[in-house]
Structure formats: C-alpha cells, structure tokens
Design a protein. Structure first.
Length: 248
C-alpha cells in the first residue's frame, strides 16, 4: 500500500469562512495525512470568533499575528515564513494552502520548484495566477453538498449542469482525451484526469454536480465510455473516447 502524503495545512483564517473547516479537513484526508494544521490571524479580534470555536475541535494550531499597520496583511507574511521553514525541514511531501489571496502565488510556485505538491483551497473568485500555481486547486464552494442532495448516482440536477459546462471546460476535456488516446482510439480515464489537472488545476467534476470524473464523462454527449472488468483484481477500468460521426 502506497504511503500517504504528509501534508501541512496552512489556513489564512482572515480569508475563508470557518464553516468549511470540517469539510476542508475531510477533503485533505483524501489527499494525504495532515501532519501540520495551522490557522493564521489576529486572534485578539472578534473577526475570527467562528474559527476559534473550530480550533480545539479540529486540532488546529492557532498562530497569532498582530496587525501592526492598517491596510497591511501581516497574516500572509507569517504564513509564508512558516511555510518556508517547513519546506526547508524536508519532513513533508506537500502543502495545502487555504486562501483566496493571490499573494500566495509565488509561495505555491516556490514549493513546487522544490519538488513538493501544492493543493490550493479557495473561493471561486480566487485570482487565476494562484489557481494556476497549484498542482490542484479546489473551490471551497463544492466541498459541502446541498442539504437536499439525492443519493441517486445521476441526479437530474447534476445532469442539467452538463449544459453549463461551457466552451472552456469542453475544450479542456477534449484536449485531454486527445492527448491520452492510445492506438486503439481509447484513453484511460486516469490519464485523462491527470492531463486535465495539469492544464486546469481547478477543474473538478463536483463543480458540475457530479461526485467523480467518470460520472461527468458518462453524461457528456460527445464522449463514449467503456468499462473494462478485471475479474482477478475485482476492479473496473474506465476508457473514454470522443465520439465520431459513425459512433455518435
């Protein structure tokens, strides 16, 4: 069994809402082990009351940073300094930077230059440079499913969102499949997903109402999906290809 990545979760508490805390750490758990969990902010103010309630519950270490000058974000600087110290300790495999602030763009780039993985977490209005600087960027809006979400694998609401995929996302999917296509005309879904993340770190099936990339692919009218069963390993491998006029 492959060892889980050791990750540092660094939260700019001035930025995201504390309501995401539980779902955030649940998402991090799918990526690796949160070896370090820190939240940065001026904890002497009332602005972070929501986060204060989450610190003990989630075992997150608060890092105090006073606001020395009005209009200057000292929290960002403290987070960046700590991140560099952790990077040089060489005891981690990657970082989760939780913020929608573009000031962390260079930090993400520097960490990746050192060979470590960077997962970004932020709102959909996060500036594109920060999103692109991460190996994967997860919009916090998709972490919590709607309270009335159905357990059916293909909810009507999810299917309806396919129409809102948009030309940019449509192009990303087509390009990834074309790049991963084998001689038999099919591409491994895992390879397609890897290429998609390289080209668009924020692409996530959950944005369109699907829990997995495979479910999204099944509902794209221009994609053909084939299942390959491995009886010995009890696994199912998904292959995808772009439909032609002949097989459309």
């Amino acid at each position: 069994m492959k060892d889980m990545l050791k990750l540092a979760v660094l939260i700019d508490a001035d930025n995201p809402s504390s309501a995401i805390a539980k779902d955030l750490l649940a998402e991090v758990a799918t990526l690796g082990t949160a070896t370090v969990k820190r939240a940065y902010g001026d904890w002497t103010t009332t602005n972070l009351t929501g986060w204060k309630d989450k610190l003990h519950e989630m075992a997150i270490q608060p890092i105090q940073q006073f606001r020395y000058t009005t209009g200057k974000n000292s929290t960002d600087s403290a987070l960046i300094i700590d991140a560099m110290d952790l990077l040089h300790s060489r005891q981690l495999d990657g970082f989760c930077i939780v913020s929608s602030d573009s000031d962390f763009t260079r930090l993400a780039t520097r960490i990746r230059e050192a060979g470590l993985v960077v997962y970004g977490f932020g709102a959909k209005h996060t500036p594109r440079p920060f999103v692109a600087a991460c190996d994967k960027f997860i919009f916090t809006e998709i972490l919590t499913p709607p309270p009335d979400a159905t357990t059916a694998p293909y909810a009507k609401e999810a299917v309806a969102k396919v129409a809102a995929l948009g030309k940019d996302a449509d192009k990303i999917v087509r390009q990834a499949i074309s790049a991963a296509t084998r001689d038999d005309g099919y591409a491994l879904l895992s390879s397609v997903g890897h290429i998609i993340l390289q080209n668009s770190p924020s692409f996530d099936a959950r944005t369109y109402g699907f829990s997995k990339l495979g479910e999204l692919m099944r509902h794209l009218p221009f994609i053909e999906v084939e299942e390959v069963h491995n009886e010995k390993a009890s696994t199912v491998q998904l292959l995808v290809r772009i439909k032609t006029m002949k097989n459309a």
